[in-house]
Design a protein around this ligand. Structure first.
Ligand SMILES: [Zn+2]
Length: 169
């Protein structure tokens, strides 16, 4: 079902049988949010926080519109989830994001005690999970979220490529 080339992105296979379908379902919600970012002329990334089979926070990338360098999709979604729960810890939650998180967002999801991170496309330049710093693998941390990558990666990557293509014209 997934269009991810497993050898390149390596990881849709990290999911247990059947779980991939669930991950794709939530990732589609994140992709819808990424499309909203695209429409707002922001780099198209979307994110949802899921707990107990429902979305408790959602967001899309909007640093330009919000005049906020921290307004990445993951941060917006985690802020909403934490505010809704009245708790700065999102223990037991899953964060779905269309593109590999950066250093800032990787740090924030550790602070939030996100249990599982599911992301789509790799971000070769600023991705801090697999591509560059591998922040979550820091052995000095006492919280290590599990990671699944490559879920609907091609859809996410296509949106990003389309966005930057319009910028180059
Ligand atoms: Zn980020």
């Amino acid at each position: 079902m997934t269009t991810v080339p497993a050898d390149a992105l390596g990881s849709a296979k990290e999911t247990d049988d059947g779980l991939l379908e669930v991950h794709e379902q939530w990732m589609r919600q994140a992709l819808d949010l990424a499309a909203e970012a695209y429409d707002a002329d922001e780099v198209p990334v979307g994110a949802v926080v899921v707990a107990d089979c429902k979305i408790i926070g959602s967001g899309f990338n909007r640093p330009i519109g919000a005049c906020d360098p921290t307004a990445h999709a993951e941060m917006v979604a985690m802020r909403e989830a934490a505010a809704g729960l009245g708790n700065y810890r999102l223990t037991g939650s899953t964060l779905y994001v269309t593109v590999e998180p950066c250093n800032m967002c990787a740090g924030a999801l550790i602070h939030a005690r996100i249990e599982l991170l599911v992301f789509g496309a790799l971000e070769p330049r600023s991705g801090a999970i697999r591509s560059t710093a591998r922040v979550l693998e820091n052995s000095s941390l006492n919280h290590h979220p599990r990671v699944v990558s490559g879920v609907l990666a091609e859809e996410s990557a296509v949106l990003i490529r389309r966005f930057f293509k319009t910028k180059r014209v």
